[in-house]
Ligand binder design. Structure first.
Ligand code: ADP
Length: 322
């Protein structure tokens, strides 16, 4: 198997401010610590983590936008520092935000410009750009000025821009933030298409469902460290394995009985007389519900924890280090 992304012991700090003024004395901030990551050619890898985890920093280093502080990074066999130019020719980048599109130009003019930058020959440019616009569902908006587009449309245009150089490896940073559900679904279908064409994709998201829908594997990142790499089903199982049951007005003795059931971690008091029972394994919820119902408790609800909750509990318990 060929390796598309090979990261070894990567660390990155943002400089503090040792000088004068209000922010003086601020220490360096370590955004990534000892990150190891390997992604094979043709793989769609998710980078999943809460806000501030270090996803964008990692993406920027892999795409030569930012320099590493320490460690080695090879993209398609090229070093991101010494061979940045070679790396750039073979990758596409789609970062969030508005940068990289010219608001006063139309969708077509923007892509035309970027196609020229990426060296698409003038004779092929029209067809190439037209094809991309159609593919991203922007065919009938080709002559619309970017400033007049909705956020979702701009997002698709960003994606088209990332594909303009026919990259082998595509970096997508939170690509569906701001897209409506229909556009997000279309986007996922497009990612599957690109996969079928053999493209490698690294996609950062804080949305579990997105990761589950499109990724072959998911790398979890938290506070600048890689916590582990799992299949999306594996991560999904973590979440459903930690289902919780909330119940109202639970007598003390029933509460004790429920907590003693296998796979029930503890009981926590919530406002308004609700008690939350946290479970730690698949299948633990049914006996909890049975106990509560047979004791005459009627106000019961179940819920799934957020990804952040799972990080704190599962990851902490697994000893993978947060
Ligand atoms: P994510 O993409 O997962 O939300 P980021 O990579 O954007 O995370 O940020 C990781 C951490 O680094 C955050 O705590 C953020 O505040 C910090 N950070 C990001 N960019 C800078 C910068 N230019 N200067 C200082 N700190 C930064």
């Amino acid at each position: 198997m060929l390796t598309a992304i090979d990261v070894r012991s990567l660390s990155r700090s943002y400089a503090g401010n040792p000088g004068f003024g209000r922010k003086s004395g601020k220490k360096d901030f370590v955004a990534l610590t000892d990150v190891d990551l390997k992604v094979e050619v043709g793989e769609i890898r998710g980078l999943l983590g809460p806000n501030g985890a270090g996803k964008t920093t990692l993406m920027k280093i892999l795409s030569t936008v930012l320099l590493p502080t320490r460690g080695e990074v090879e993209i398609l066999g090229h070093d991101v520092v010494r061979e940045a130019e070679l790396v750039r020719r073979r990758i596409g980048i789609v970062f969030g935000g508005e940068r990289g599109l010219y608001g006063l130009l139309t969708a077509r003019e923007n892509l035309d410009y970027w196609a020229a930058v990426y060296g698409v020959p003038a004779g092929r440019r029209k067809q190439h750009v037209g094809g991309l616009l159609d593919r991203l569902g922007l065919g009938d908006r080709a002559e619309t000025q970017v400033d007049k587009m909705s956020r979702g449309m701009k997002q698709r245009l960003h994606l088209a821009r990332g594909l303009v150089g026919s990259p082998e490896l595509l970096f997508l940073d939170e690509p569906t933030v701001g897209m409506d559900p229909v556009a997000a679904r279309q986007f996922r279908a497009l990612v599957q298409e690109l996969r079928d064409e053999g493209m490698t994709i690294l996609l950062s998201t804080h949305d579990m469902q997105e990761a589950e829908a499109v990724c072959d594997k998911v790398t979890l990142i938290d506070r600048g460290r890689v916590v582990g790499t799992e299949t999306p089903e594996g991560v999904g199982r973590w979440i459903t394995g930690f289902e919780r049951v909330d119940a109202q007005h639970v007598p003390d003795e029933v509460r004790r009985r429920v907590v003693s059931l296998p796979g029930v971690r503890d009981a926590e008091d919530l406002p308004d007389g609700w008690v939350r029972f946290d479970t730690t394994e698949q299948g633990a919820v049914s006996p909890v519900l049975e106990s509560l119902i047979s004791a005459g408790v009627t106000a019961i609800r179940t819920s799934l924890p957020s990804l952040e909750d799972v990080y704190v509990t599962v990851i902490g318990d697994r000893g993978l280090g947060v």
